[in-house]
Design a protein around this ligand. Structure first.
Ligand code: NAP
Length: 244
């Protein structure tokens, strides 16, 4: 039987590429999204040409009940989830002191609590089957902190701590938990950056280019594969060398 992967925030950007890459390797993919209905449907039809065992699931990852319902639905449609990629995320640029408490709570809710909600829902079956792989998508700003992205950085640093601790807790049950920490990747999340700001960033990147979603998808494909069966609790930075 083929593996089943849930990818959160897969309607566009990095999650979209991860879903395509895993589908190409024969994995059944559950495409989670929140607001981009049309984009999620386009991806569904694209993936169905490769692997018919796929579907889209609209849910807000920050809402525990919606995540629990989504996981039950996926398991009845596609089978037990063996792979969970916590990719859904939001960002906001601005001074910490200008951020409202609602904006702060929303960011922590989606970026950090969202991953916890998914893990809580998928772990019972993974533990029962003594097998599973969880990948949390953090950020280089979670490793080093970014001015004007303070709460975002905190949410992503939280994901790193969550990954390391959960890996220790569920390792004895045969479940691996890892984190991928992307650098600057060309997606809508960076659409607010001007060309000049982008060029400044490129000048700081030893590999002299910003990343593409496929760079992250290829790393996810490796981490969930049997080639990575002895890797857990790790933070894999995929950033062109900007932070070492
Ligand atoms: P993106 O293009 O803006 O895509 C974000 C995805 O998250 C969308 O599919 C969106 O779905 C989904 N999402 C947002 N809120 C959600 C919610 N409440 N519930 C479920 N899904 C939700 O961003 P991206 O660049 O691909 O980012 C993907 C991940 O990589 C994020 O965690 C981000 O922090 C991380 N990252 C990105 C970069 C970068 O430079 N791009 C760097 C480091 C880390 P809808 O559109 O359907 O709402």
């Amino acid at each position: 039987m083929s593996k089943v992967a849930l990818i959160t925030g897969a309607s566009k950007g990095i999650g979209h590429s991860i879903a395509l890459e895993l589908a190409k390797s024969g994995i059944s993919v559950a495409i989670n999204y929140y607001s981009s209905d049309e984009k999620a449907k386009e991806l569904l039809w694209q993936i169905r040409k490769i692997n018919q065992y796929t579907n889209i699931y609209k849910a807000d990852v920050s809402n525990e009940a919606e995540v629990s319902d989504m996981v039950h639905k996926i398991e009845s449609d596609l089978g037990k989830i063996n792979i969970a990629v916590n990719n859904a995320g939001i960002s906001q640029i601005g001074l910490f002191t200008d951020m409202t408490s609602n904006e702060r709570d929303r960011m922590i809710g989606v970026n950090l609590i969202g991953a916890m909600n998914v893990c809580k829902a998928v772990l019972p079956n993974m533990i029962h089957n003594k097998k599973g792989s969880i990948i949390n998508i953090s950020s280089m700003w979670g490793e080093v902190g970014a001015s004007c992205e303070v709460v975002y950085s905190a949410s992503k640093a939280g994901l790193i701590g969550f990954t390391k601790a959960l890996a220790k807790e569920v390792g004895p049950s045969g479940i691996r938990v890892n984190c991928i920490s992307p650098g600057v990747i060309d997606t809508d999340m960076n659409s607010e950056l001007s060309e000049a700001e982008m060029n400044e960033l490129i000048n700081e990147i030893p590999l002299n280019r910003i990343g593409i979603p496929d760079d992250i998808a290829k790393a996810v494909k490796f981490i969930v594969s049997d080639n990575a069966s002895y890797i857990t609790g790790q933070i894999l930075s995929v950033n062109g060398g900007i932070i070492i």
